[in-house]
Design a protein around this ligand. Structure first.
Ligand SMILES: *Cc1c(COP(=O)(O)O)cnc(C)c1O
Length: 363
């Protein structure tokens, strides 16, 4: 409220001002990158990053298959072709095996991608020590979609800092929010400068309004940035609260036929959502459990439906983790995101656990 009040007191009710500058600085310092650009959404960030790497009509872009559509819709904005890469079972993130297969195909077919979008799913880092060398070998830049992973780390380094360009989202459902918003971050100052130009309607430096390139209205409001600055101050508390929620579920549901989203030894997650999968032998379907919780006015969600299964994207190329294994499809079939809000009380968690365990016990 203090930062928002400041915006009003100084009359900076605009998509620029002190809060925007400071939010960019403060977030970059937290993540450990040099430059940031606050935007109206994370999706806008991915769009600008694709444009920066010269993605245009007919080009190819690789993207994690198990993700939210915001990761890959911008590929279509540029009239390019997405190629979807399956998950691996260890972190549910992009499979290095599937990525290598996709590159071999691209090389043979002369369809080298202009960029690879790697998602840090559900608040956990992808395995960058395996993925980045593959992209380097083929000399293709990485866009890290860390929309869900602010505060998570991989081998001590923060998510968002692994790609040439990283993006964050501050949509209402993310670990911190500005009501709606996003940020691109990079150590490449020129890249941020160029994206800032496009995000501000590509206004040339002239007194009159001069335009040589197409532009976008993608900047973040100074009011929203004020919310973001306040939210940054509670981020570490949120992570701690969410970690506790996961532990609470894990202990209480230990003896049931479910598995929790694995936490890799290489990473510290931000525990954005606690996700479980129902074991193969158990006939209970995610939709059944979601319905039972809904009756009690408790919201839970299925795992993201893989992009290669979406009517919008299912004509595009897809590479699985192995011949027999479509890891993402299996996770979608058997996965549920449990309520994970950092303000959940112990009595509420207990109620959820009771309802879930009752269903698993019947079987
Ligand atoms: C939320 C999300 C986005 C899109 O961010 P917006 O700010 O909603 O545009 C992109 N990718 C992933 C993985 C997300 O979860």
């Amino acid at each position: 409220m203090k930062y928002i009040q400041e915006a009003f007191d100084t009359n900076w009710i605009a998509p620029l001002g002190t809060n925007v500058d400071k939010f960019e600085e403060e977030l970059c310092e937290y993540v450990g990158v040099d430059h940031g650009l606050a935007l109206s959404s994370g999706t806008a960030g991915i769009h600008l990053a694709l444009k920066y790497f010269g993605v245009g009509p007919g080009d190819y872009v690789f993207c994690s298959d198990l993700t939210f559509a915001g990761s890959c819709n911008p590929i279509l904005y540029q009239y390019a072709n997405p190629v979807f890469i399956d998950s691996e079972p260890e972190t549910w993130n992009m499979s290095p095996i599937a990525l290598e297969k996709a590159f071999e195909w691209a090389k043979k077919e002369n369809k080298m991608p202009k960029a690879v979008i790697i998602v840090d799913l559900y608040g956990q880092s992808a395995d960058y020590d395996l993925l980045l060398p593959i992209c380097e070998k083929y000399d293709v830049p990485v866009i890290e979609d860390a929309a869900e992973a602010l505060g998570a780390t991989y081998k001590g380094k923060k998510c968002g800092s692994f790609g040439h360009i990283g993006i964050f989202s501050f949509n209402g459902n993310k670990i911190i929010t500005t009501s709606g918003g996003g940020m691109v971050v990079s150590n490449d100052e020129e890249a941020i400068k160029k994206m800032r130009f496009w995000a501000t309607q590509s206004r040339e430096p002239a007194k009159h309004y001069e335009h040589k390139e197409v532009g976008y209205n993608y900047r973040m409001s100074n009011i929203c940035a004020g919310i973001g600055r306040g939210q940054l101050r509670v981020l570490n508390d949120r992570i701690a609260a969410k970690k506790k929620i996961r532990e609470f579920y894990e202990i209480a549901l230990k003896s049931y036929p479910i598995n929790f989203i694995p936490i890799s030894a290489n990473s510290e997650a931000n525990y954005w959502l606690t996700v479980i999968t129902i074991e193969e032998k158990c006939p209970l379907k995610p939709d059944d459990l979601i319905g039972i919780l809904e009756v009690e006015n408790i919201e839970s969600r299925p795992v993201w439906k893989p992009m290669s299964l979406q009517p919008l994207f299912n004509t595009h190329k897809y590479f699985s983790h192995s011949k027999e294994e479509n890891v993402g499809f299996m996770l979608f079939e058997k996965g549920i995101c449990l309520p994970s809000g950092s303000n959940l009380r112990e009595d509420q968690l207990t109620k959820i656990i009771t309802l879930v365990s009752e269903q698993l016990e019947v079987l």
